[in-house]
Design a binder for this molecule. Structure first.
Ligand code: ATP
Length: 244
């Protein structure tokens, strides 16, 4: 489908097209296309821009990435289909480990996503290199890499169902998510929740990481604290106001 930039829904339609193409390349699953629709609905209610409560969360997330001993960013099909380039750039700047973890995996899809990341100059962990187990998630996702999630002290797990963040927290890891739905289990369970579209959030996280790398540990510790309940409350309020 060809959409010109003067179309009022250009950004939204372009993202749909990007995901459809990623599906055709074997990166995004059919269920992933449906999950994107849920995100779109919440983005519509947000007015499709990055709010102040998301900026605060992005700064806290970036400070935690810089402070962490072994930060890991979880890449699923939708993350790869939407923001692979930005995520690889972030992983190199931070530095940050990437781990491919899929809800509906197949050896082929995992390999396709790893090749996409490598083609962009990144490195991705997969459970195949050396497998550990994360209890509490459905069998395929419970296989994690010893060198990625298996060693993590801070995990960014965006666009996930609630089980993943819950299991990571139970395993003792500090967690962050990016999720347009402030009602989701992930949004409530994560220590830091960025209620924003991942396509807008990841470039901002990258900017924040570059800026915060120059700050002292003491300053970073202050910035890394986050009032999640307050941010979720603000997200609800913004959506309700727009709806009215
Ligand atoms: P939970 O179990 O936490 O309630 P869920 O069942 O809603 O989660 P999924 O259907 O797997 O989880 O969807 C993942 C989440 O990703 C959804 O909450 C959806 O709103 C969100 N999402 C989808 N696309 C985007 C996007 N582009 N940016 C940010 N969030 C998104």
């Amino acid at each position: 489908m060809h959409v010109t930039p003067d179309h009022p829904r250009y950004v939204s339609l372009s993202l749909r097209e990007r995901l459809i193409q990623a599906h055709e390349r074997g990166i995004v699953s059919i269920a992933g296309l449906i999950a994107h629709g849920r995100g779109e609905a919440f983005d519509y209610l947000l007015g499709e821009y990055t709010h102040g409560f998301a900026i605060d969360a992005i700064e806290a997330m970036a400070a935690n990435i810089v402070l962490a001993r072994h930060p890991v960013f979880v890449v699923n099909g939708n993350v790869a289909g939407l923001v692979a380039e930005d995520v690889v750039a972030l992983s190199r700047d931070a530095p940050l480990h990437l781990e491919v973890n899929l809800f509906t995996p197949s050896a082929g899809r995992t390999r396709t996503i790893v090749e996409l990341i490598e083609g962009l100059g990144g490195v991705a962990h997969t459970p195949e290199e050396d497998t550990a187990t994360l209890p509490g998630v459905s069998s395929s996702r419970s296989s994690i890499s010893v060198f990625g999630l298996g060693s993590a002290d801070f995990v960014v797990a965006p666009l996930q169902d609630g089980d993943m963040v819950h299991a990571l927290k139970k395993a003792g890891m500090k967690t962050a998510t990016i999720d347009l739905n402030p009602l989701s289990r992930s949004a409530h369970d994560a220590d830091i929740t960025v209620v924003d579209n991942i396509t807008r959030a990841v470039p901002l996280i990258r900017d924040a990481v570059r800026f915060l790398k120059k700050r002292s540990r003491k300053e970073l510790e202050v910035i890394s604290r986050f009032d999640k309940e307050g941010a979720l409350h603000e997200a609800h309020r913004s959506m309700t106001e727009r709806y009215r």
